[in-house]
Design a protein around this ligand. Structure first.
Ligand code: FES
Length: 133
């Protein structure tokens, strides 16, 4: 399932994240991971669409998964410095999804329970705002 790397980082190169700069995000992760000497600790993977196109470039960090949105090159460097190097989630970039409704399956874990289909919260530096999916 997971490699022996401490972290796995998924950067979306799907059709809606690329126009928002996800290739630059991926390059920033590559450069910063190398600069910080984290290559042995982090597996960096380019992925297809993560179904969070409106939040692109979208990034998942495992274990978690911790879901990050609007990850530009500067945000990628911050995630490397804070999350990957110091084990501190960058809270202001985290996307939280809430699940509700009878048709949704029962969450299997606390992490899964924060996902939702129909809406999500984005936690910007100034505090949370809600948007419709
Ligand atoms: S294209 Fe990146 S989340 Fe859909």
């Amino acid at each position: 399932m997971f490699s022996e790397s401490r972290y796995r980082v998924h950067v979306c190169l799907g059709p809606n994240c690329v126009p928002n700069g996800s290739k630059g995000t991926l390059a920033a992760f590559e450069a910063e991971i190398a600069r910080l000497g984290l290559s042995g600790d982090v597996e960096l993977i380019a992925t297809s669409c993560r179904s969070r196109c409106e939040l692109g470039p979208s990034v998942n960090v495992y274990p978690g998964a911790v879901l990050y949105g609007h990850v530009d090159e500067l945000a990628a460097e911050l995630i490397c410095l804070q999350h990957l190097a110091r084990d501190e989630v960058v809270a202001e970039l985290v996307v939280v999804r809430w699940r509700w409704g009878e048709s949704n399956p029962r969450p299997k874990s606390l992490t899964e329970s924060i996902y939702v289909r129909s809406s999500f919260l984005v936690l910007p530096p100034g505090g949370p705002t809600s948007r419709s999916a």
